[in-house]
Design a protein around this ligand. Structure first.
Ligand SMILES: Cc1ncc(C[n+]2csc(CCOP(=O)(O)OP(=O)(O)O)c2C)c(N)n1
Ligand SMILES: [Mg+2]
Length: 363
């Protein structure tokens, strides 16, 4: 029997793209989007500002002001496109890299820095922003998100849940279990996998033999691969998947095909495990450059606009730095606060023990 390589698991992967790396607009029969010049300028501004937040954070870490930082460099379009697809009542569950989504949920970027500076445990109220705290334990947030989605399903809320995770996370049991629960309960959730090609030093080939988006069919829901460096396509695809979730059509897996242009975190040195030419090839697919090229070609903005965004980014970076350095160190005993919602006898005992220990340092 011969295998038809154009079908099934061997078929070449499809990719939804609305804007080429050269900045040419392309049509797609299922995922078109009509954006006004103002909306496009706004997306460009978002992309530029989150890249600046990220650059400033990397610099702060290098100068010893943050303990660690996980850069989003290269993943701006995946995050802004999906983040801007959310409505206020939708709920997002991030990993530790979703600074662009945090921006879309109106989380003050200095609050992200607090966690990486070690002065708080994630200093925003998830309910206020409909943006959960960062999760470091790979993939565990997918279970939290499915539970949340099943909750809003039972509340009959007109809302959806989106959960972010990486290519490496797809090998975790938690992620696979969450796919099963979401599928059989038809939960209103979008699984947004940013396939940035690497899980620290492990390449994608060590996670999967088939394109990740195709995994969804084995669980019984649709999967789609989108150009993760194309903000228009990420916006269009995520909007449609969220709407499907809100209208009772259940989960979707979106694989945003992108690239981690920086190190895994500031503790990592990617030159030890990947070749420089790979990064050079992806630089040509930069998520911001293509929007800029498209805007130039179609005269959607003049030089004064681009200059004003650069100036705003400069100001944001400087302001972030100043506010980061001004963050007070926490009181050591604060670590016992907010462990539980209510007072708890064991925590009270541990706090008292630690207070006595600290007393031992006084002269
Ligand atoms: C359960 C668990 N195992 C291992 C780790 C260590 N770890 C931190 S990040 C990471 C790689 C994650 O890769 P991926 O899911 O592709 O996300 P990315 O960092 O590329 O965004 C690993 C293994 C962890 N944090 N949690
Ligand atoms: Mg990855």
């Amino acid at each position: 029997m011969t295998v038809d390589a154009s079908r099934g698991a061997d078929a070449p992967p499809e990719l939804v793209q609305l804007l080429t790396p050269e900045g040419e607009r392309v049509e797609h029969p299922d995922y078109d989007i009509d954006l006004t010049p103002e909306e496009i300028r706004s997306l460009y501004r978002d992309l530029m500002l989150v890249r600046r937040i990220d650059l400033e954070a990397v610099a702060l870490q290098r100068q010893g002001e943050l303990g660690i930082w996980a850069s989003l460099l290269g993943q701006e379009a995946a995050q802004i496109g999906s983040g801007r697809a959310l409505t206020d009542s939708d709920m997002a569950f991030p990993t530790y890299r979703e600074h662009g989504v945090a921006w879309c949920r109106d989380v003050d970027p200095v609050k992200l820095l607090g966690l990486f500076r070690g002065v708080n445990h994630g200093g925003w109220d998830p309910q206020e922003h409909n943006f959960h705290l960062y999760t470091i334990v790979i993939g565990s947030q997918t279970l939290h998100a499915v539970g949340y989605a099943m909750g809003i399903q039972r509340d009959d809320a007109n809302a959806a849940t989106i959960v972010y995770f990486g290519d490496g996370a797809t090998s975790q049991g938690d992620v696979n279990e969450s796919f099963i629960w979401a599928s059989v309960f038809n939960a209103p959730i979008v699984f947004f996998c940013q396939n940035n090609q690497w899980a620290i030093s492990e390449p994608l080939e060590k996670q999967t033999r088939i394109p990740l988006y195709r995994r969804a069919s084995g669980f019984g829901f649709p999967g789609i691969r989108v150009d993760g460096n194309d903000v228009f396509a990420c916006l269009a695809v995520t909007k449609k998947a969220l709407e499907a979730a809100r209208t009772g059509q259940g989960p979707t897996l979106i694989e945003a095909f992108t690239y981690r242009m920086g190190a895994h975190t500031t503790t990592d040195d990617p030159t030890r495990y990947r070749v420089a030419s790979e990064l050079e090839a992806w630089k040509l697919k930069d998520p911001i450059e293509r929007v800029k090229a498209y805007m130039f070609k179609n005269e959607l903005a003049d030089q004064a606009f681009f200059d004003s965004v650069d100036a705003e980014a400069d100001q944001l970076g400087a302001d972030l730095r100043r506010r980061c350095l001004a963050m007070p160190d926490p009181e050591p005993l604060d670590i016992f606060d907010h462990v539980y919602r209510e007072p708890h006898a064991l925590i009270d005992q541990e706090r008292a023990q630690f207070a006595a220990y600290l007393e031992g340092f006084r002269d």
